[in-house]
Design a protein around this ligand. Structure first.
Ligand code: HEC
Length: 156
């Protein structure tokens, strides 16, 4: 046992500590951004609000569409969806100002906290690739009129 400890190179320990510290920081930012931007509607514990705001906690919709999460955050959702057997018809605006790193930290926070994913693995690069691919068809084209009028309203 002692030998194992002795053979643990101090630099290696330092690197591990730095990596761990870095991860924690990202998690804390993810939580802060969730609390500041999403919790008002989806609630702090992710349980949503009746049939108005869908839950993120144990959401079967989100589990099945987890790779869409960065696109939902960046571009919003303008659709009629079924989440845990409840139909939701409202819409959610996107957050185009959040950076790839910020979106990735929110995604990891949500996957870890609400979907009990032990090792959520979104990265800023992945967020960029995913959101670039959904930008072309602007995600959920089922209600383009509503989406466009909301945009027009926002730009007034
Ligand atoms: C103003 C209220 C509001 C805010 C703020 C909000 N949402 Fe939503 N969100 C909704 C509504 C309403 C829907 C359903 C949209 C639909 O039916 O097309 C939704 C749907 C979703 C969904 C897909 C359905 C589900 O529950 O699995 C996800 C994921 C989601 N939101 C994540 C987020 C995240 C992350 C944030 C913060 C960055 C956020 N939302 C901020 C209201 C909101």
């Amino acid at each position: 046992m002692k030998r194992i400890f002795r053979s643990f190179h101090p630099i290696l320990v330092l690197i591990l500590l730095l990596i761990h510290g870095g991860c924690k920081e990202e998690f804390v930012q993810g939580r802060r951004l969730y609390e500041g931007n999403c919790a008002g509607c989806h609630m702090h514990d992710g349980t949503g609000l009746a049939d108005i705001t869908p839950p993120l906690y144990e959401s079967d919709y989100l589990k099945a569409n987890i790779m869409q999460l960065p696109c939902i955050i960046r571009y919003g959702l303008f659709d009629t969806i079924l989440v845990n057997r409840i139909i939701f018809t409202d819409f959610m605006l996107g957050y185009p100002k959040l950076t790839d790193a910020e979106v990735s930290n929110i995604c990891n926070y949500i996957a870890y906290r609400f979907l009990q994913d032990p090792t959520p693995s979104f990265s800023p690069r992945m967020v960029k690739a995913l959101t670039d691919s959904c930008r072309a068809h602007q995600h959920h084209p089922s209600m383009p009129l509503l989406r466009d009028s909301v945009r027009m309203f926002q730009s007034i």
